[in-house]
Write a protein that binds this ligand. Structure first.
Ligand SMILES: Nc1ncnc2c1ncn2[C@@H]1O[C@H](COP(=O)(O)OP(=O)(O)O)[C@@H](O)[C@H]1O
Ligand SMILES: [Mg+2]
Length: 243
């Protein structure tokens, strides 16, 4: 049984349907990616998984239990944590305060929170250096690191990362992807949403989302990058290293 099993998930906004039956499995300990063009429904999928958008039908199973029907807070407590698109750090709070807020669901477990903070600082030393700085004054890359760090503070079993690479330089994209790979190597299952094909190289499994449906599921890895991207998107500008 996979850690996350999504069956025929349908969701949308008001009367506008966006997901027309998303089905995918993410194995425990794996690093999976969901790729697709702008507007394919990637963010909508993650919002529905995190409980921030109600699903209309379908099933979400996490560690053998139904997740749909639970509110977002309960899903976080189960270990499903979203790093949202656009970072959404709290700009008027310091780096340290942003991180502490990430640990809110388990704020009474001081030792665990302390361990998580040390881990975040180990992963992103710049966040330790800038812990007293207001998050709004960080660079885009640093804000992305903070958003990921804040997610880690909640103690995720499954980390959902929405377009972490957006707007970052190639060097920072590589840094952020490497950090996520490290998080995965440390035992957190990861589902990344990306439009950057570079992410496929480090992934165990890849899903392609087109118009609210998963149209391809296969192994990740180097070989997958070019074939998959050309077959589904045909946009050389989106190939690794070009974007
Ligand atoms: N709040 C919203 N209200 C109405 N439609 C939305 C909303 N958010 C997204 N959509 C629409 O849903 C579709 C999928 O969006 P999204 O999940 O954000 O795609 P992606 O993340 O793959 O770029 C798009 O057509 C988008 O315009
Ligand atoms: Mg999106």
């Amino acid at each position: 049984m996979a850690l996350l099993e999504v069956r025929d998930l349908r969701a949308g906004y008001g009367s506008v349907p966006v997901l027309h039956g998303v089905t995918l499995d993410v194995e425990e300990g794996s690093n999976a990616v969901l790729v697709g063009l702008n507007g394919a429904g990637k963010t909508t999928t993650l919002l529905a998984l995190a409980g921030l958008l109600a699903s209309e039908s379908g099933e979400i199973w996490f560690d053998g239990q139904r997740l749909d029907g639970l509110d977002a807070r309960r899903r976080v407590r189960r270990g499903v944590v979203l790093v949202p698109e656009g970072r959404r750090v709290f700009p008027a709070l310091t780096v340290a305060q942003n991180l502490r807020l990430g640990a809110w669901p388990r704020r009474r477990q001081r030792r665990l929170v302390g361990t998580a903070l040390a881990r975040v600082h180990g992963l992103f030393p710049v966040l330790a250096e800038r812990r007293h700085q207001l998050a709004g004054t960080l660079s885009g890359g640093e804000q992305q690191m903070l958003a990921i760090g804040r997610g880690l503070m909640a103690g995720p079993r499954l980390l959902l990362v929405d377009e972490a690479s957006l707007g970052l330089s190639p060097k920072l994209v590589a840094e952020v992807f490497a950090a996520v790979r490290q998080i995965n190597a440390d035992g957190v299952t990861v589902l990344m949403v990306e439009q950057n094909a570079g992410v496929l190289a480090g992934a165990d499994r890849a899903f392609v989302l087109q118009k609210g449906r998963v149209v391809f599921a296969g192994a990740g890895g180097d070989a997958m990058q070019k074939t998959l991207w050309t077959a589904y998107f045909g946009d050389p500008l989106a190939e690794p290293g070009r974007r």
